[in-house]
Each structure stands twice: as C-alpha cells, then as structure tokens.
Design a protein around this ligand. Structure first.
Ligand SMILES: *Cc1c(COP(=O)(O)O)cnc(C)c1O
Length: 355
C-alpha cells in the first residue's frame, strides 16, 4: 500500500481482543480496538487519525442530533485461506457515500480518503477479522454534521469516521415478511436512494408493528398507491418468476445496493433471464398462487441473501417453495460468498486485497 495521506495513529495499550467470544458474536455490539476519524472544517478534511475506540464528546446542539444530516455505509472484510485480507467492492461504497453526501447537502469524502481510512484501520485491527464460516469483519464508515448550531441549514463542519467489528451471519433463518400497504419508507423526490439515518428512523415504527403481527420484516411498496414492490426491510428484493430473475429498478425511492448490482452482473453472466422493471404487488401474489413464483429473497451486505419463506398480504400468509429448491438465489449466495472468501475467481475485479 502506498501511504499518501498522513494518518496519525494512536494505538490502544489495552486490547479487548482476548475477551471476545468469537463463537457468540452479536451483530453491531462488538467493536474492534480502534476507530478512524477525520474532521471537515474550513472547506477541507483535516486531522486524519486512528485512535482507540472511544466515546465522542459533542455539543448538545450538534446538528446531527437535531436534524439528522447523517449518512453511512456498510461493507465487509474477510480473510482467504492464505490469511490475506480481502474487502468486497469498497470503491462502490466510496462512490455511494459521495452520492448520499450530495443528496444530503454534505461535502464529499474523497475516494482516496475513504479507501485509506478503511485500509489502515482494517490492517491495524486485522486480528479482529474472524475466520469461521459465515463470519466477517463488518466495516461501518459514516459521516455526520458537527456544527454546534440548531438553526436549520447545512452544517459547515463534519466528521467522517470508520468503525469495525467482527460479526457472524446476520439472518440465518428464512424470513416471514409482510407487504406494507399503509406506511412508506421512501417516496418519489425523497431521500430513499441515500443511505441516510432518517430513512432508518422512519422504518422503525412500521417494522415494530409488523413484528407485533408475527413478521420479521416488511416489504415496502411505493409511496403513492402501494401498488409496486420496492425493498425488503433494509435490503433490496428479488423474485424468480417463470425462471426469470426480477427486481425493481433503482430509483429515488430505492437504495442502489451493491449486492443487488453484483447479483445482477452474475446472473446475466450466467445467461439467466434478468428483468429490472417495476414489480406489481398483484403480480407477485398471482405468481405465488399459480406456482410460477419459485423464489423471493432480500439481498444486501448484511446477510448477502435472506430467503423469504412466507409473504403476508392483506391478512393472508402465502407460503413460498422450500428454500432447498431455490436454485438461483442459492447460486447467487454461494457464488458471492465464494468470491468474497477468495474461493472463486474474481472475474469482475471486485476484491481489494490489503496488507
Ligand atoms: C444498505 C441498503 C441496502 C443494501 O445495499 P448493499 O450495498 O447491498 O449492502 C438495501 N436497501 C437499503 C434501504 C439499504 O440501506
């Protein structure tokens, strides 16, 4: 690695690593020893540093706390069988963070800064990368407004930070989902295609309601008439109907998932029929009823593929075919997993090796 940016490193004198139970990793609760921080002020990113993982001190008037000018990314690092560290498509995350920043009126984090922050941090905490099947080091870059000011306007100061933490698989069991006909995650002209904090805040109450009704997750529909399928929880969604892989096109209400895009590239490369087009709720229900729908799944970094076992719609639970028979989603899951672990040739240049 050619270090061109100057990152000050302060190492911890008290690693938490010996106390970590790698057999019981709860998602999002365990963080590695260090974190990355950069400050944006006077129009530039300054004071790039890696410090021990620790609390921040912020003003009670911090603009993010009040108005949610805040964006994030999520990606994973694995080790291959030779112990080399591999990160899946980090440049795509860097680009998406920039797009999110633009929509949220925030200054972009240059790709070089994004990449060096991640690489330096992951390398320093490389012993935190777990290697049991299904596990990985989750990387969480994020950027937020830092002005101590409660007037409504774009902040003039920001922080860009990166945390990492070891995780096991996210969802393992196939999920029961409910097609949401009342609440909306994102609407035309809104911020649904930005990976921004408020989208998540808005999803909590509807998701909680669905959970109270016995579902794991919601399937979001369009904000206008709830006629078209958009996403599943915090993942993109795909169906196989009549042997064709179908997914809604990205739009300003659908997050452009990197796993989604990777799966489409693989499926087209395999010669499968692929359609990116609006998917009507009615079409999905009809296809379940007449047996032409054979697979439905969420797709995203956290779980890669999350099979949908049951779809609830207007009071009826529709049971989908057995997960073992789902050739396309299982092939996507298998292939993406193998590429990420360096067990399958990286034909599309998706793997960034570091160290
Ligand atoms: C992050 C995210 C996804 C998945 O994106 P990946 O890049 O595949 O992880 C899908 N939908 C929403 C709403 C998201 O926030």
């Amino acid at each position: 690695m050619t270090e061109t940016l100057d990152i000050q490193v302060t190492k911890t004198s008290n690693s938490k690593l010996p106390g970590i139970d790698f057999d019981n990793l709860a998602f999002g609760r365990t963080f590695s020893d260090h974190m990355f921080i950069a400050d944006y002020k006077n129009g530039e990113w300054t004071d790039l540093r890696i410090t021990p993982y620790q609390n921040l001190s912020i003003s009670p008037a911090n603009a993010t706390l009040h108005y949610a000018q805040s964006i994030f990314e999520g990606l994973k690092a694995h080790k291959n069988e030779h112990g080399e560290i591999m990160i899946f498509r980090p440049e795509a995350n860097a680009q998406r963070l920039r797009k999110s920043a633009e929509r949220m009126c925030m200054p972009p984090v240059p790709e070089e800064l994004f990449m060096e922050a991640i690489e330096s941090l992951v390398l320093l905490d490389k012993d935190w990368i777990p290697n049991k099947p299904g596990t990985s080091l989750y990387i969480r870059p994020f950027q937020f407004a830092d002005d101590p000011f409660i007037g409504v306007r774009p902040s003039e100061t920001y922080k860009f930070m990166v945390l990492t933490g070891p995780v096991s698989g996210y969802y393992s069991e196939p999920v029961k989902v409910k097609i949401e006909k009342h609440f909306t995650r994102a609407s035309k002209g809104g911020v649904g295609s930005a990976k921004t904090a408020g989208n998540y805040a808005a999803s909590l109450y509807p998701a909680r309601q669905a959970q109270a009704q016995g579902y794991h997750q919601l399937v979001w529909t369009d904000g206008k008439n709830h006629e078209f399928i958009e996403e599943s929880g915090t993942m993109n969604i795909m169906f196989v109907i009549n042997d064709t892989l179908i997914t809604p096109p990205t739009s300003d209400s659908i997050l452009p998932g990197i796993t989604r895009e990777s799966a489409l590239i693989l499926a087209r490369d395999w010669g499968l029929n692929v359609e990116e087009r609006p998917v009507r709720v009615d079409e999905v229900i009809e296809a379940i009823e007449n047996g032409s729908l054979t697979e439905a799944f969420g797709i995203g970094t956290a779980a890669t593929v999350s099979h949908i076992a049951v779809i609830g719609y207007e009071g009826t639970d529709y049971k989908l075919p057995a997960v073992e028979n789902r050739t396309i989603s299982n092939r996507i899951l298998d292939s993406l997993t193998r590429i990420k672990l360096g067990q399958e040739e990286d034909r599309f240049g998706w793997i960034r090796k570091i160290g």
